[in-house]
Design a protein around this ligand. Structure first.
Ligand SMILES: [Zn+2]
Length: 113
């Protein structure tokens, strides 16, 4: 991962990540060329805007007892002008709130790097 300003990180393959204070982890989006899904990015590392919304979910699954679990939304947000607008279907405590995008924590890697 490489720094892109204080708030964003980039990764190979055209990915950009921001740190989500609702999930206490990074969320990554592909903004470069490549297969879908891709996001648009305004290029502003301090006040980023990504489109469309960012959805983090647990996929639909069948557990080992054969019970069906539908897709579950964990975090759903719009990142606009350096702020995160959490939609009310997010499963964490910031659902329905809009907060400033935090600086990427100095002690937080991403995927072990
Ligand atoms: Zn999140």
């Amino acid at each position: 991962m490489a720094a892109l300003g204080l708030k964003l990180r980039t990764a190979e393959g055209g990915y950009v990540a921001f740190f989500c204070p609702g999930c206490d982890e990074g969320h990554m989006m592909r903004i470069g060329d490549g297969p879908s899904p891709r996001w648009s990015f305004n290029g502003n590392a301090e006040k980023p805007t990504f489109s469309p919304s960012v959805l983090v979910f647990l996929p639909e699954r069948i557990d080992r007892n054969g019970n069906h679990h539908p897709q579950k939304t964990l975090c759903h947000s719009f990142v606009r002008d350096g702020r995160i607008e959490f939609l009310s279907d997010s499963a964490h405590g910031l659902a329905g709130q809009t907060v400033d995008l935090p600086d990427w924590p100095a002690d937080y890697g991403f995927g072990g790097d």
